[in-house]
Write a protein that binds this ligand. Structure first.
Ligand code: V0V
Length: 140
């Protein structure tokens, strides 16, 4: 059910400064940015030039002190926070992983970047990696 790596998520304290760093040093380009209130993040997706449907780096900055990203930054500082797989059907993928005994964080998929539907596998059930499942919005 996994079609590709959708993105890797990096927790940062200051989104604008991080974007500048990735643009200037790695030549990546911002292809999308948004605020996700439910997830408590300001985020930007960056791609290599000409590869806007390929894997992205997702820069994640906290909106609130009680958000997942604020907690991550407090505990371990900035760095890799998640690995996200693109799936064709997040409900089926979540059900299959639940059947394998893995804990999914949400009973039902929630809204992710650009209208996608997302769920997560708890990092303790995935070798210390927070795994996200992303079903892109139709047309994306
Ligand atoms: C915590 N732990 C991690 C981790 N976060 N390990 C690897 N990667 C991470 N990102 C470890 C932590 O060091 C502890 O290990 C243990 O897990 C704690 O587990 P917990 O007490 O159950 O949970 P919390 O309170 O630390 O929270 C962790 C989880 C939380 C994963 C449950 O961050 C969460 O709900 N994440 C999902 C939502 C999210 O990440 N949103 C931001 C991105 P020890 O010390 O016990 O060994 S939003 C997004 O990606 C969007 C919008 C999108 O892509 O579309």
């Amino acid at each position: 059910f996994i079609t590709t790596i959708d993105h890797v998520g990096v927790a940062v304290a200051d989104l604008d400064r991080a974007i500048e760093f990735y643009e200037q040093n790695f030549g990546l380009e911002v292809t999308h940015s948004e605020v996700n209130e439910e997830q408590g993040v300001r985020e930007a997706m960056l791609h290599a030039p000409g590869d806007s449907s390929g894997p992205a780096v997702q820069l994640l900055a906290p909106l609130r002190e009680d958000s997942a990203i604020a907690k991550f930054l407090d505990r371990q500082g900035p760095g890799l926070q998640q690995l996200a797989y693109r799936v064709t059907d997040v409900d089926a993928a979540s059900a299959a992983l639940r059947d394998n005994g893995l804990r999914l964080l949400y009973p039902e998929a929630r809204r992710g970047t650009a209208g996608s539907r997302i769920n997560f596998v708890h990092p303790k059930d995935a070798g210390g990696v927070l795994v996200e499942l992303v079903e892109p919005a139709a047309g994306h």
